[in-house]
Design a protein around this ligand. Structure first.
Ligand SMILES: O=C(O)CCC(=O)C(=O)O
Ligand SMILES: [Fe+2]
Length: 349
């Protein structure tokens, strides 16, 4: 029997900024090339350049319609209109700063409970379908072409990121509540400080409110990520860096105060954090001839002789650190804390 689809309002995106910001010049992967040996080879070359140089890139033509994405933003909007008491009861993990709200939805593989506020619960089949299609339409192709670029069997990375196996992946609805111009001035230009994400890839759906900035690996300079129509912004994260002994870097990024012409709106985000399966050991992939030839053979855990954590251990260690409450700015004990033997974290300006 067809299930009636509840009415869903729409989320009206704000106009893009007119300001001339120092935008990052990022590579775009065109997934319409995906699926033939030549196309995959071409994508592999483009991807490896993107992940080695910037660690941030765009993906277009990924087989998920803008309409489906817009509906996810509308669900996010409804979630953040839920009365505060309900949200407090449900204890959404609070983010980096006071006005960041995040609501995470874990995998639908049977390992996690799915009890959500009504705004999400009533759309759960659609949310599940959306999350699963991110795996089949975006992550599986990315894993395949990255495996090709590393000279690995094509299914190598797919096999350690199986949807049906337990991992701490999340679909995230995120809201940065707006600040007044005076408050924004006091925030030193930043809504969220520089960090790296802990997993494999983070997928960010087009967010017209400019705020995301990335830090160049070589110069340390920050540039802005421009929203592009019909694209996903993707960044490479810590676990991928461990698995490749730093050949693929985990890119530092942060959330700045938006330009003046966009400061009057809340900034809604839709993200997917992908991670290796929990039981994966974060050791360098020894089977890759590319890593061997290029001399990327030992990651920090291996170099220091400390135990190599599983993805599960790594995730919980980093999350515990990220969620530390009431840390004063400049508290070195926190900002450069050792979260596992052989690994110190870092907060960036
Ligand atoms: O909102 C954004 O653009 C980025 C958010 C982010 O970096 C994160 O949630 O890890
Ligand atoms: Fe991030």
């Amino acid at each position: 029997m067809p299930v009636p689809v509840p009415e869903l309002g729409s989320y009206n995106f704000v106009q893009e900024t007119k300001e001339d910001l120092p935008w990052a010049d990022l590579i775009t992967l065109d997934f319409s090339l995906y699926g033939t040996p030549e196309g995959n080879q071409q994508l592999a070359k483009t991807l490896i350049k993107a992940v080695r140089e910037d660690g941030f890139f765009y993906v277009k033509n990924f087989n998920i319609s803008q309409e489906r994405v817009n509906r996810q933003f509308a669900i996010g909007k409804q979630l953040y209109e839920t009365p505060l008491e309900e949200k407090l009861n449900l204890d959404p993990v609070s983010g980096l700063r006071d006005r960041v709200e995040v609501y995470n939805i874990p995998k639908f593989n049977g390992d996690f409970k799915h009890e959500h506020p009504e705004a999400a619960q009533q759309h759960l089949p659609e949310i599940e379908e959306f999350a699963r299609s991110l795996h089949t339409e975006v992550l599986d192709p990315l894993h395949t072409i990255l495996a090709i670029a590393l000279g690995l069997p094509e299914d190598y990375l797919k096999n350690i990121h199986k949807y049906e196996v337990k991992s701490e992946d999340h679909l995230r609805y995120m809201k940065y509540g707006k600040f007044s111009p005076e408050e924004n001035q006091k925030l030193n230009g930043l809504w969220g400080r520089g960090h790296t994400d802990l997993g494999t890839f983070t997928l960010l759906f087009r967010q017209p409110v400019a705020a995301l900035q990335i830090r160049n690996h070589t110069t340390g300079e920050w540039s802005w990520v421009k929203p592009q129509d019909g694209t996903l912004t993707v960044n490479t994260c810590d676990a991928l860096s461990f698995l490749t002994a730093g050949y693929v870097k985990s890119t530092v990024h942060r959330v700045a105060v938006p330009p003046k012409d966009q400061q009057h709106v809340d900034r809604l985000g839709l993200l997917y954090f992908s991670r290796p399966n929990n039981d994966v050991e974060l050791k360098t992939i020894k089977e890759s001839p590319v890593l061997r030839e290029q001399g990327f053979v030992e990651n920090e855990f291996e170099k220091s002789g400390n135990p190599v954590p599983t993805m599960e251990t790594w995730t919980f260690a980093k999350q515990k650190w990220q969620r530390t409450k009431n840390v004063a700015r400049g508290d070195k004990k926190f900002e450069n804390a050792q979260i596992l033997p052989g690994w110190n974290e870092k907060v960036y300006a």
